[in-house]
Ligand binder design. Structure first.
Ligand code: ATP
Ligand code: K
Ligand code: MG
Length: 677
């Protein structure tokens, strides 16, 4: 587990240089149009440029003043462009290093005749089977169909410790570009060229597929409305001014407009969003959309599965316990027979334990048998031979199964399975025909630190629900040990979806973490579906986030980042609008004092001269954007506390701060500008 963020300086040389170049490229009006507030500034700047070229036509006397306004406005736009380019640049740098991983590799494809032919990885198609041996790079995304290998996934996760992947179960998916360190596996390729995980990851961090989120769209509408209102305010000033006998200069009106419209948030808005996505990536979580990250900031319930999420998930058989009149030998033999072709880790661990206990078996006897693979629906697995059925599975499932066949339930079954469940283990009942002969004790352990992590979530006001296919006693024991708020036992895949839908119906946003194919529908239904990279392909496709480190508690960081993103955007919007109001008081008196001496009373800032006042307000308006870039990119620090308290705190800092800051800032700038004008 590693959840500390990868540290990286905000202003790295090459990224900054590229961002400066991009700031100019983004002056293209077609690009600028996507940001209506800054587009208005650009139009104003262009009009002023025309005035500079045709001073006589516009009757310009003070060309120096006009030129100064032009330069300041140009920089206002460039600063906003720089913020966005800088945020984008960090993702592009990461994409470049991923592209290096994506170089073509040689694949050993197995053809219909079972022969191996060497082809380029780019020729592989969905459904192809390849052999990957120790030292080979896995040529494409796929699922292991045979074998077990340790795999170095550092090219994608940055984590150097190899991970074990094996056929069957929840740890069977492999990613193209990673390397087999030991053993050999057969992999069925599951994607066509260009659709691989790495391709998706590159386009994601590059921001190529970035779209405005619902929150951003809503805020944009607000900003456009404000801009239109202020445009009207400024236009109505013209008749008012001429009524009192002042002819307002167009330059001054444009300057006033730019000061009033929310340029600060308009300039930083997209940088905030991009940086939020980038922060998630830095935690080794791939978010498929900004919408998912924002939703994470608002969730109130998290559904987690037990095995592999809260516990380590290497459920290993540790004991065969006979029940009823059966002996331990009978229980062991039945357990083995029900697991002969069970490819899940649980199934293999049964064979392993029996072997270690000195049990041996003649496999050739069972070639005719019909195998029943494990299914989350039935919660059983086994085999049928010569009319006898061998089954193992969840105790309640096996009980129902033998009762249907007319069998009896041994009197000691409940006591013995409860004992295992009370210790947090999973009991699997084993049956031969309609007789239950024993119990397999599957051991699993809760991951360390879970209790603290769930406590953190509780402080954020988020409820945790553990959803497991396991029996209620085991579930209760693990739930208590891990400290989740609630649990649901014996749940099938559709039960997980039902729980999520019920929460959503109450108006709550729900997050779900999972790794298995049986989790896929629920991952898709949840507002935030976080799949483990170690998990199955179905789970990863259904989810809208993938954790490369396969650490389910990462959801906590994702939630924090989501909250931070929403808070940062809210705080800077508040600051920006509060700011604009203050600028009004700097500029308006300056415009009118010449004609109406009484307006002097409003000039409590005692700015040097009307021209200096306007220029100072404009300069403040411009430089506040780069000054706030670090805050926009790093985000406001989030500490778990109730939402109301948080809101009050932020309003105080950014609302009040936003009103006060410009008075101080403009006054200081005026002291300097006043020396020249
Ligand atoms: N290989 C197997 N053969 C028979 N029964 C199994 C096997 N593996 C698990 N079971 C039983 O089926 C139940 C459900 O298993 P499953 O892996 O689907 O759980 P789940 O819904 O993913 O929940 P969790 O992963 O939190 O335990 C288990 O609790 C166990 O009783
Ligand atoms: K402004
Ligand atoms: Mg599971």
């Amino acid at each position: 587990m590693k959840s500390e963020i990868k540290k990286q300086s905000l202003f790295q040389g090459p990224i900054v240089r590229q961002a400066v170049i991009d700031s100019f490229k983004k002056l293209n009006p077609l690009v600028m149009m996507r940001n209506p507030v800054m587009f208005v500034v650009e139009v104003g700047t262009f009009i002023i440029l025309l005035m500079l070229f045709m001073p006589r036509y516009f009757n310009i006397q003070n060309r120096g003043y006009v030129f100064a306004v032009f330069i300041i406005l140009l920089f206002t736009i460039l600063f906003a462009n720089f913020a966005e380019a800088l945020a984008e640049g960090r993702g592009k740098a990461q994409a470049d290093s991923l592209k290096k991983t994506k170089a073509d590799t040689v694949a050993k494809r197995i053809n219909d005749k079972g022969e191996i032919e060497t082809v380029s990885s780019t020729e592989l198609r969905k459904g192809d089977i390849v052999l990957v041996e120790a030292g080979d790079i896995i040529p494409g995304d796929g699922e292991i169909i045979e074998g077990l290998a340790s795999i170095d996934e550092s090219a994608i996760t940055g984590e150097s410790a190899p991970v074990i992947k094996e056929a069957g179960g929840d740890f069977s998916s492999v990613t193209g570009g990673t390397k087999v360190v030991s053993d050999s596996i057969k992999v069925r390729i599951t994607v066509d060229p260009g659709e691989s995980f790495l391709d998706k990851m590159i386009s994601l961090v590059e921001g190529a597929s970035r779209q405005k989120t619902p929150n951003e769209l809503a805020l944009n509408t607000l900003l456009i409305t404000l801009t239109l209102i202020f445009l009207m305010v400024v236009i109505t000033l013209i008749p008012i001014a001429s009524y009192v006998g002042i002819k307002l200069q167009i330059v001054t009106l444009i300057a006033l407009l730019v000061c009033l419209i929310p340029t600060t948030i308009g300039g930083l808005l997209s940088a905030i969003g991009i940086a939020g996505m980038d922060r998630v990536t830095r935690f080794n979580v791939l978010a498929m959309s900004g919408k998912a990250v924002e939703a994470a900031g608002d969730i109130s319930t998290i559904i987690l599965d037990k095995t592999g999420t809260i516990t380590f998930g290497n459920r290993m058989a540790s004991q065969f316990i006979p029940v009823g009149s059966a002996t331990e030998e009978e229980a062991r033999e039945a357990a083995v027979l029900s697991s002969l072709k069970d490819e899940t880790p649980e199934g293999r661990s049964v064979l392993e334990l029996a072997k270690n206990q000195g049990f041996s078996i003649d496999y050739s006897q069972y070639e005719q048998a019909e195998f029943i693979p494990f299914a989350a629906e039935t919660r059983m697995s086994g085999m049928d031979i010569n009319g006898v059925s061998y089954r193992k599975g969840a105790v309640d499932a096996i009980q129902k199964y033998v009762q249907q066949l007319g069998g009896e339930i041994p009197s000691d079954l409940k006591e013995k399975s409860d004992q295992i469940a009370n210790q947090g283990g999973t009991p699997l009942a084993v049956s031969v025909g309609k007789k239950i002969v024993g119990i397999i004790y599957l051991k699993d352990t809760v991951k360390p630190g879970m209790r603290e992590r769930f406590e953190e979530l509780r402080k954020m006001g988020i409820k945790t629900i553990m959803c497991t296919g396991d029996n209620p006693l085991t579930a209760a024991t693990i739930a208590k040990e891990a400290g989740v708020d609630d649990f649901i036992a014996e749940s099938k895949p559709e039960d997980k979806i039902r729980v999520i839908r019920e929460e959503q119906a109450k108006g709550n946003l729900v997050a779900m973490t999972g790794d298995g194919t049986n989790d896929a529908p629920a991952l898709a239904q949840a507002d935030v579906g976080l799949a483990m990279n170690s998990g199955t392909i179905a789970a990863k496709e259904a989810a809208n986030m993938v954790d490369l480190d396969s650490d389910p508690t990462k959801i906590i960081e994702v939630v924090s980042i989501g909250k931070q993103l929403l808070m940062t955007r809210g705080a800077l919007t508040t600051f920006s609008i509060a700011n604009d109001i203050a600028k009004y008081f700097a500029i308006l008196p300056a415009m009118f004092t010449v004609a109406i001496p009484q307006m002097k009373a409003l000039n409590f800032m005692h700015l040097h001269s009307p021209t200096s006042a306007i220029l100072s307000a404009l300069i403040f308006n411009a430089i506040i954007i780069p000054l706030l870039i670090p805050l926009a990119m790093k985000g406001i620090t989030y500490k778990p506390m109730p939402a109301v308290k948080l809101l009050r705190r932020n309003l105080l800092i950014y609302g009040l701060g936003g009103v006060i800051a410009p008075f101080i800032g403009i006054k200081l700038i005026d002291l300097f500008v006043g020396m020249f004008v």
